[in-house]
Design a protein around this ligand. Structure first.
Ligand SMILES: CC(C)(COP(=O)(O)OP(=O)(O)OC[C@H]1O[C@@H](n2cnc3c(N)ncnc32)[C@H](O)[C@@H]1OP(=O)(O)O)[C@@H](O)C(=O)NCCC(=O)NCCS
Length: 119
């Protein structure tokens, strides 16, 4: 069975393009959607890691399909599609709770040693 994880987010003004300067409208920003997808993917993969390991994002292809607004509830989901020795590949989605798709992405994370990577 495919491993997956979901989390619920509520759009705040801090998440919007106007605040992050990735645009000038008060709509959910693309960088926020990506950060949420990375968060859920990193959480999903943690169960496979040793205590001295972490993962870092190395690749993303993201389609931002529809806007979301302050107060909207968003379900962010990641599905583990491939697992290599160091590499994990995910399909991530963000959707409104009525099912309307907001964004979808392919995301790749690589396992690193915490101490060695951060020095
Ligand atoms: C992560 C990092 C150390 C990997 O470098 P590396 O150890 O030389 O990686 P490798 O070449 O051994 O690759 C490891 C695996 O990841 C894959 N990979 C690495 N970069 C990739 C990319 N950009 N896209 C897709 N796959 C990638 C490799 O194909 C390899 O897969 P395999 O194990 O199936 O053969 C390096 O890319 C890096 O430091 N990137 C910056 C990451 C970062 O700072 N992210 C922000 C913080 S979250």
């Amino acid at each position: 069975m495919e491993e997956s994880l979901s989390m619920e987010k509520i759009v705040s003004s801090d998440d919007c393009a106007l605040t992050l300067k990735s645009g000038d409208l008060e709509v959910l920003s693309t960088p926020t959607v990506l950060a949420w997808m990375e968060e859920v993917s990193a959480d999903l993969v943690r169960r496979f890691l040793k205590p001295d390991e972490s993962t870092v994002g190395v690749h993303v292809e993201l389609d931002h399909i529809a806007p979301a607004f302050v107060g909207d509830k968003v379900e962010v989901k990641s599905v583990l599609k491939e697992r290599g020795t160091k590499k994990f590949v995910f399909d991530a989605t963000a959707a409104k709770f009525d099912g309307k798709m907001l964004a979808k992405a392919k995301h790749v994370r690589v396992v690193v040693n915490r101490k060695q990577f951060a020095k």
